[in-house]
Design a protein around this ligand. Structure first.
Ligand SMILES: O=c1[nH]cnc2c1ncn2[C@@H]1O[C@H](COP(=O)(O)OP(=O)(O)O)[C@@H](O)[C@H]1O
Ligand SMILES: [Ca+2]
Length: 554
């Protein structure tokens, strides 16, 4: 069937159909008159034909009216079509850039050896090559604990100091892709054990460093030096590490203080609103466009192993033998040489110690007496500054949240005191210290006996150092967070050291960061919705008149 419109006569001529001989339709105003010349049609099919014609007429007239009213109709359609095309290109481009797969060769690597007083650990870090200046981008991917003691213990066979690192350095070769070896920096930083050795014998400490240097240079990595870092650096880099891993620099949030307890030294580092009176305790950083005035102090000889020697030496000088030590469990007994205590450069200068060669170290298990004994290794009596922690060292009042790591974590975690109040910790520790040694050994058969025997002392030492030494009062205790890792990377000075030496923390904020994931998703969804709306609009504008523009309906 065919309908033909004639402009000339304002009439539709409809061809013949199954049952229609001819149809002539005419519209005047809103009245459509149709003449059907039928031969054998039913009334129903004539009615249907009439409705069809009526709809066609209305549609045609509306389209004509729209065209007349809106001369921008066609350009609008073209504009919307261009918008849709651009939108699709933008969506695809954003998705491609954002989801670009990271190829393994896009990663860079760095190795830092933490040559501590008790042992050496090798850390391997990895970061995306193009994102070096963004915070939170460097991650620890591997940690290897070197077997045996720290490098400072090799003073009588220095060549073994380097060799002791072999296993962990071989692991590093395995962990890092071969094509990255030559450009992967290796740093070795030695801490308080080597500081003490240098004090005792500078030439031997140099020989130990030469030994590790020679050994590290046999590896294909980019050797960047082996040195003894200062206590100030150790504190500062620990602070950088915890705040970098917590993303505090990037988000310009309040920073977190850092508390590091080693075997031979301990560090406290935090941002203080008060003036840092002593220049040697003050460090200034400009990071990501923000200034940080940081207080730091490293107490040499106040790591937990040297503190134990100090406490034992103190007791040896003032009490009869055998030494009844309240910081060791009842029933504990150990033969020791006086030399094992007095040989430390932290202890030397105590003449009374030389009168005996050996002594029996007996546990008396008493938390309160242990606290008194530990307090005696701190000097609280002189202070030249407005405020001191101990031993005449300036310290402003502690402020904000603190991350306490290394031995702070190991000990408090073992004693299950990481989420207790100060009072609860004292109470639980008192009970633990008075538990018989035989019972302790039975309860923890898999823990190294040296560590196990010392947890009572270490726990009491930590509480005393934090409360009496640094003035973390009961109300501030909750601000101390005992942590081992943050987001898979160990809390410690090594990461901060590497970030600093590779210039990965810029002084000024880098250019705007790429879209965060939430922003990316939001933009993609909004753009998609907009496109759908535009598409529908275009269909409505484009298809409808296009469909009706024809003067023929088939
Ligand atoms: O699992 C553990 N339990 C208890 N103490 C631990 C554990 N692992 C390491 N430590 C202790 O943590 C301390 C780490 O000190 P480190 O060797 O880093 O010395 P430094 O930082 O003073 O040079 C040592 O006292 C070591 O005995
Ligand atoms: Ca350490």
């Amino acid at each position: 069937m065919q309908i033909i419109y004639s402009d000339q006569f304002s009439q539709w001529y409809v061809g013949t159909g199954e049952c229609l001989d001819s149809i002539v339709a005419k519209r005047q105003q809103s009245v459509l008159s149709v003449n059907f010349a039928t031969s054998s049609c039913s009334v129903r099919s004539v009615q249907a034909r009439f409705v069809e014609l009526w709809l066609y007429v209305i549609q045609r007239d509306i389209t004509a009216e729209m065209k007349e009213k809106n001369p921008w109709h066609r350009p609008l359609i073209i504009f919307i079509a261009i918008l849709i095309a651009l939108g699709i290109i933008a969506l695809v481009a954003t998705a491609v850039v954002q989801n670009k797969p990271l190829q393994p060769q896009k990663y860079k690597y760095g190795i830092v050896l933490d040559a501590g007083s008790s042992h050496t650990a090798v850390y391997i870090y990895r970061w995306q090559a193009e994102k070096e200046n963004n915070t939170g981008m460097v991650q620890q991917i591997h940690e290897c604990d070197v077997k045996g003691k720290g490098i400072s213990s090799y003073s009588s066979s220095v060549e073994r100091a380097g060799l002791s690192l072999r296993e962990c350095m071989e692991e590093a070769k395995e962990e890092i892709p071969i094509w990255r070896h030559r450009e992967t920096p290796v740093y070795l930083g030695a801490t308080a054990g080597m500081r003490l050795l240098r004090k005792e014998n500078a030439s031997v400490s140099d020989q130990v460093l030469s030994s590790v240097e020679g050994f590290l240079q046999t590896y294909p990595f980019l050797y960047q030096g082996a040195r003894i870092i200062s206590g100030q650096e150790e504190g500062a880099y620990g602070w950088i590490t915890v705040n970098y891993l917590s993303d505090n620099f990037h988000k310009a949030r309040a920073t977190m203080g850092a508390l590091d307890l080693g075997g031979a030294s301990t560090q406290i580092t935090f941002v203080s609103q008060q003036q840092v009176e002593s220049p040697e305790n003050s460090i200034y950083f400009r990071l990501y466009g923000k200034d940080y005035h940081v207080y730091t102090h490293s107490f040499l000889c106040y790591g937990k192993d040297q503190a134990l020697k100090l406490a034992m030496a103190q007791q040896l000088q003032t009490s009869d033998l055998p030494l009844r030590d309240p910081c060791f469990h009842p029933g504990y007994s150990q033969e020791r040489t006086v030399e094992s205590v007095s040989s430390s450069p932290c202890v030397s200068g105590s003449p009374a110690l030389s009168s005996h060669a050996n002594f029996t170290h007996v546990g008396a298990g008493n938390g309160t007496l242990c606290h008194s004994a530990v307090r005696r290794i701190f000097n609280f009596s002189h202070c030249e500054w407005g405020r001191c922690s101990f031993n005449g060292v300036f310290q402003p009042p502690v402020e904000g949240q603190f991350g306490a790591f290394s031995a702070f974590y190991f000990v408090m975690n073992f004693l299950n005191l990481t989420s207790d109040t100060l009072e609860e910790s004292k109470e639980k520790l008192g009970q633990y210290c008075s538990t018989p040694w035989a019972e302790i050994k039975q309860s923890y058969p898999h823990i190294k006996e040296k560590y196990l025997a010392e947890y009572c002392f270490s726990g009491v030492y930590i509480l005393t150092l934090l409360e009496d030494g640094y003035s973390f009062t009961s109300d501030k205790w909750k601000d101390i967070h005992f942590i081992k890792k943050i987001g898979g990377s160990a809390a410690g000075w090594t990461l901060g050291y590497m970030l600093n030496l590779t210039n990965m923390i810029p002084a000024e904020a880098p250019d705007a960061p790429p879209l965060p994931h939430a922003g990316y998703v939001t933009i993609m969804v909004l753009f998609s919705l907009l496109l759908v709306v535009l598409l529908l609009l275009c269909l409505k504008l484009f298809c409808w008149p296009a469909c009706t523009r024809s003067k023929h309906i088939i």
